[in-house]
Design a protein around this ligand. Structure first.
Ligand SMILES: CC(C)(COP(=O)(O)OP(=O)(O)OC[C@H]1O[C@@H](n2cnc3c(N)ncnc32)[C@H](O)[C@@H]1O)[C@@H](O)C(=O)NCCC(=O)NCCS
Ligand SMILES: Nc1ncnc2c1ncn2[C@@H]1O[C@H](COP(=O)(O)OP(=O)(O)OP(=O)(O)O)[C@@H](O)[C@H]1O
Length: 204
């Protein structure tokens, strides 16, 4: 059954995972681009072999897995390296996204992707939901969560669309500068809307 697809996006640290985790508790299938981005570079994968061939085996840890911190430092400080990695991984990520979307069985499916707009993945979606927070809160929450620097977070933010650009593409906006409960309250409202949209869309 062709699925009604809601594209969920937002900048780094905006609360995409917090939102998609909550949609999952409502029984909605989630296709997560960040999870897929890890799958395509798993130990022994063709993409990981290409990365090692291109950048060197110092990017592997002693279990043969990708040293993500080392690759992050490499790509987010060098535009050419980032483009090379994106050109390698994005087609593999898109293929898996489409495959997982086709197997979803919930009333609608949420595709959560930080680069939904940057990679034109919104063309596969019937609706775009943006999780919106002030940039300062993105930095603060990412620093609290990850062992990284403000400079690194800002470099990642600079490689993503701006807050204004993202909001210009939104069909729905959830503000996540309040409590988790307030985030979930907004999602409860959208859940009802998406169920209605999905059932009328499927009968058109
Ligand atoms: C560079 C990598 C190895 C760093 O891994 P690390 O575990 O430190 O970060 P993680 O993957 O959790 O990403 C953290 C956040 O960075 C942002 N981000 C990731 N990749 C990119 C990118 N290519 N361009 C812009 N922002 C990105 C997203 O907001 C993401 O949620 C990793 O981000 C990666 O493989 N990126 C390339 C694949 C990609 O584009 N993923 C996004 C899927 S839409
Ligand atoms: N409303 C909130 N109040 C407090 N903390 C929050 C809230 N929403 C999210 N967080 C926390 O902020 C951090 C970033 O949230 P989350 O990981 O969901 O963002 P993300 O958009 O998935 O980030 P990334 O792009 O890095 O994957 C997490 O540690 C999360 O627990």
């Amino acid at each position: 059954m062709a699925n009604y697809i809601v594209g969920l996006t937002g900048g780094i640290g905006s609360g995409k995972s917090a939102a998609s985790d909550y949609f999952a508790t409502l029984g909605i299938d989630i296709v997560d681009a960040d999870v897929i981005a890890r799958e395509v570079v798993s130990p022994g994968s063709p993409c990981l072999k290409e990365i090692v061939k291109h950048f060197g085996d110092h990017l592997l840890d002693d279990q043969g897995a990708l040293n993500r911190k080392a690759l992050r430092q490499l790509v987010f400080n060098n535009e050419e390296h980032k483009q090379w990695l994106n050109n390698l991984l994005h087609p593999a990520i898109r293929t898996r996204i489409l495959e997982q979307l086709s197997h979803a069985s919930s009333p609608y499916v949420v595709l959560v992707a930080p680069l939904l707009l940057e990679n034109n993945l919104d063309r596969f979606c019937q609706r775009v939901l943006v999780i919106d927070v002030p940039e300062s809160l993105q930095v603060q929450r990412t620093l609290e969560r990850d062992q990284t620097s403000a400079q690194q977070v800002e470099a990642i933010m600079a490689s993503q669309v701006t807050r204004e650009q993202r909001l210009a593409h939104a069909d729905d906006i959830v503000r996540n500068d309040g409590s988790l409960a307030q985030l979930q309250q907004q999602i409860n409202h959208l859940h009802g809307l998406y169920q209605q949209q999905a059932s009328s869309w499927q009968h058109d």
